[in-house]
Structure formats: structure tokens, C-alpha cells
Design a protein around this ligand. Sequence first.
Ligand SMILES: NC(=O)c1ccc[n+]([C@@H]2O[C@H](COP(=O)([O-])OP(=O)(O)OC[C@H]3O[C@@H](n4cnc5c(N)ncnc54)[C@H](O)[C@@H]3O)[C@@H](O)[C@H]2O)c1
Length: 362
Amino acid sequence: MKIIRVKTNSKNYDIKIGHDLLGSIPLKKLVSRKDVFLITDSKVPEFLINKLKRNLKNSSSKKINSIKINASESNKNMAYLTRVYDFLIRNNYSRDCIIFGVGGGITCDIAGFISSTFLRGVDFVLIPSTLLSQVDASIGGKTGVNHKGFKNMIGTFNQPSQVIVDTKFLKTLSKLEIQCGLMEVIKHGLISDKRFFSWLEKNLRQVLALKPKFLEHAIKRSIEIKAAVVSKDEKEEGLRAILNFGHTFGHALETIGDNKLYSHGEAVALGMLAAVKLSEINSNLEPDAYERVHSIIKKSGIATKLKKKINPKRLIKLMQSDKKKKRNLLRFILLEKLGKAQIMGIANNSKIENAIKNSLFY
Ligand SMILES: NC(=O)c1ccc[n+]([C@@H]2O[C@H](COP(=O)([O-])OP(=O)(O)OC[C@H]3O[C@@H](n4cnc5c(N)ncnc54)[C@H](O)[C@@H]3O)[C@@H](O)[C@H]2O)c1
């Protein structure tokens, strides 16, 4: 088992990474004499949840209840959460309970949000079950739910007590979900570690095939990169924004596709291509950078062109309504070079239009 210690202003905690951890990982310190509440993704295999429950029981926890989440963006909202709060209240959960979120990014975001708000905050542990949630959504303490079509509009910054990353979950995940998670891994290399990006280019096939040694390295390095950024800027006052590389374009594409046409990972992949193209147009990015990013995304099996043609002006308009926009300037995360990101305001819309056309159009 590998352990990454995350240090933030509000809390220090461990991320534990390994294979088949649920039955054996020590939980006593976290749950002894506490009421436990599990929020689980309905697609996570039942036998894994049962393993965790047995471990919790053996760790002297008090009552254990669980509720299943049907993970979808349309369920990730306050109305859907009401039944979870109701359940906690009906079953007399108090402030010293502990909540476990077991599932993909949606479940982790929901579990984190409920833990932040129920009785003004209770402890929680995240056990991410998709590649995306293992390398991204469970790391860094952002929680959130959607509101009236706006993604993650209501949320908190709140760090968990621990994150348990068990690669055994990935066995039942669809190929597309693995590919989508891989986009965030690639993103971490692009914004912060050129060597890691080159390693991914070389070993992509083994990671996609879930070969343990390669998969663990990709996950661990990815988490280290995100954790380092979060430690420096827990509440996204500056540097943390670099983690949104590809996401400004990506979120707009998800919205244009009504959150159905593109999955998050597919939208981020296209978003990264547009962002690399804009970096090339705007500065002296190395000449082969775009080709390398295009090639790794293509090799991973994710589409590198739009599924449906759009008017770039519409995409720009959508980006302008992004809640993360500062003043009137559209801010992008661009690459200074492979492995180094920078935050830049771009006032010239024609540059953005060119970047979209020259990367995403057939
Ligand atoms: N808080 C953050 O910092 C942060 C960062 C990135 C993304 N997110 C959020 O994460 C969400 C996306 O996460 P995701 O891609 O994990 O999506 P998800 O939670 O929807 O999971 C994807 C699909 O996989 C299923 N699933 C989960 N675990 C499984 C398993 N082990 N086997 C089989 N199927 C399984 C789910 O039921 C779902 O159908 C978005 O809502 C996004 O906003 C949050």
C-alpha cells in the first residue's frame, strides 16, 4: 500500500492507494465507537461494499446504515439529497458520526457535500470507485451539487479524514470510464510534469489494460500532482485553477451537449486540445506539443473531434457565463510548455475562435 500525505491549511490527512484494501485496511482510528453511514454508488459491486461493512464492524463501529445513489448529473442536486438528510435525521445520526462515500465522482461530491452540511459538518472518508474519482474528484476537498443546469453551483471546500483508493474497483468499470479517467491523468502530466507525460505516452497501453504496476504508478503520480497543488492553494485563490486545464472549453461542451452528448472525460479531452491549440496561438509552445497531445488522446480511444459541429461563438458565449470567470476577461489555463501551465486572460475572441476551429473541427 502506498500512502500520500496531504497537507492543507484546514486539515492533514492520508490518501491510501493499493489493490483489494477494503477488507483489511485499518479503520479503527477512524470509526471506533462511531455511527457510520455509507453513501454508495448503485453500480459498485455489492461484495465490495459487504467487505467494507465487515471491516467496519470488526473495527468497533456502532450502527452502520447505507443508502445507494443512482449516479447521474440529473440526480446530483439538492432535491435528490433531501432523502439522504431525511434518513440521517430519522435514524438519529449525531455530529460524531462518520460518513463514507463509496462511488464515482458524483457519489464522492454528494457524500462530501452532505458531510459538510449535515449538522454543520461531520467527518467523512472517500472511497472513489472510478479512475476519474481516484485521481481527481476525491482529491482536494471540493464538494458540490448542480443547480438549475449549472454544474457544481452549490458546494463547499471540505477535506475528508482519509481517502482510500482501491484499484480493485476498476475491474467492473466500462472501458469508456477508464478512458475518461485517463484524461485527467494526462492533464496532470501536461500541467505539471513533462516526464510523467512522456511516461504516459510510452506506457498508455499498459495503463489502459489495467496492468497493476503501470496503473498504480499512473494513479499515484497523478494524485501526488493534484495533492501538491491543493496543498499550496486549498481554496482556489490562484494556482489551483491550473487543475481546470481543458475544463473551460470542456464544461461549455458538456452544456452544449446537454450533459448527454459528451461525457465529462470526452469533453475534457476536446477541451485540452482546444487549450493546447490556444496556447500555441498565444505563445511559444514547443512545435510538437499539439501533435503529442492529439496523439495520446487518440491512442487512448477518445474522440479528438466534435461529435456535432457548433458555432465557436456560441461556445465562447457559454464560457463567458462560466461561474469561474473573473471580471469580464475570459481566463484560460494555457501551457507555457509541456509540463507547465499558466493562467491567462484572453481578451481577443478571434484567437479563441481560431483555436476551436483549428483543433476540434474536421
Ligand atoms: N470534487 C472535485 O474536485 C471533482 C473533480 C472532478 C470531477 N468531479 C465530479 O465528478 C463527477 C464525474 O465523476 P465520474 O466520472 O466518476 O462519474 P460518476 O460518478 O457518474 O461515475 C461514472 C459511472 O460509473 C459507475 N460506477 C462507479 N463506480 C463503478 C464501478 N466500480 N464499477 C462499475 N461502474 C461504476 C457510476 O454508477 C456511473 O454510472 C462529475 O459530477 C464531476 O463534477 C468532481
